[in-house]
Design a protein around this ligand. Structure first.
Ligand SMILES: [Zn+2]
Length: 330
């Protein structure tokens, strides 16, 4: 008997995220200022004028500050880096001509399902890898302030604001920690019992970045969901809490204009939301990702026997095992 309160969509497509259309045509580079060549206080003044960073009650509007500005400026001594666009020229994607190919490439079927794995994989990688990711997919959260145009007084060059690398690192770490927990759930890792800790008054998650009180006296009724000592259930519950928070108000359904008009398409509001949506699709079993035996990259496949991401990796593996065999023969 179907649940009448729910509609099951068989084919939900993922459309391009909004900032997809703001990817800098000339790429990004690492800079020690949010806007290359412009003094930080001037940047702050211009932004404040455009979109007040301080609300009427005197508090900072944290979202903007956190995402694009504050983290880097606070740690001024540490000389924070920024991922900044090299020009104000943007890729233009139209529904016709060759632009169509790229825009259409983000709809389900050919979309890169591994966005979240690629992003989390940057956790222990150098800045060059993060820059490469930005060059491919753009900034994490293009906002209105990113449209502000500054003119460098010396060169006359028009420039725009980038994003703090420290903030990128924070976001990467958050996702990587969730994926690590998820991988432990999937592989039924024994060590999960050292992370999901049951105690007299509830459940604590002992994560690398600190303890999370998942169940406490105030929400003890949750405990009836799981058998005492269960680790998988509480871990999944925690992952759902985190991703639901990330995706609240972040996805807009619509009808895809370029494909079959009867298909529902979900449009993420930013690259960051698209990344978290991919994570949710993996956790919910809507996509299945496999780690390549040769290069370690993730790829999506429905075939349970799939081992390699590409023909290249398959061939490399073949040559390796052939070499091993001939060695043994000798
Ligand atoms: Zn591979």
């Amino acid at each position: 008997m179907p649940n009448l309160n729910q509609i099951t969509l068989r084919y939900v497509k993922v459309g391009p995220y909004s900032s997809w259309f703001s990817i800098c045509q000339d790429g990004y580079s690492l800079n020690n200022a949010p806007v290359p060549g412009i003094d930080n206080s001037e940047v702050l003044a211009r932004i404040n004028e455009f979109q007040p960073l301080i609300s009427a009650d005197g508090n900072y509007q944290n979202e903007i500050l956190k995402n694009v500005f504050n983290i880097g400026l606070k740690k001024a001594e540490a000389k924070p880096l920024w991922i900044t666009p090299n020009s104000i020229r943007r890729h233009r994607f139209t529904t016709e001509d060759k632009g169509r190919k790229r825009a259409a490439a983000t709809s389900m079927g050919s979309i890169d399902y591994t966005l979240h794995r690629q992003f989390a994989g940057l956790v222990n990688k150098g800045n060059a890898h993060k820059l490469k990711f930005a060059n491919k997919y753009g900034l994490l959260k293009c906002q209105a302030v990113h449209n502000l145009v500054f003119r460098n007084p010396n060169t006359g060059k028009q420039v725009q604001m980038g994003e703090s690398l420290l903030w990128w690192q924070e976001e990467i770490t958050d996702l990587a920690s969730c994926l690590k927990l998820w991988d432990m759930v999937v592989s039924e890792d024994k060590e999960l019992k050292d992370i999901v800790l049951w105690h007299r008054d509830g459940i604590v998650l002992r994560l690398e970045e600190g303890d999370v009180q998942l169940v406490r006296r105030s929400n003890m009724n949750l405990l009836t969901r799981w058998n005492k000592g269960d680790t998988k259930g509480p871990a999944l519950y925690y992952l759902s809490l985190v991703s639901n928070k990330r995706l609240a108000n972040a996805l807009t359904p619509g009808i895809s204009a370029s494909d079959e008009p009867n298909e529902v398409c979900v449009y993420p509001d930013s690259l960051l939301s698209a990344i978290w949506f991919m994570f949710v699709l993996e956790v919910s079993g809507n996509i299945r990702l496999v780690k390549c035996d040769v290069c370690g990259d993730y790829f999506s496949s429905q075939d349970p026997r799939a081992q390699f991401c590409s023909t290249r990796c398959r061939m490399r593996n073949y040559r390796k095992s052939a070499a091993r065999k001939s060695k043994r023969r000798r």
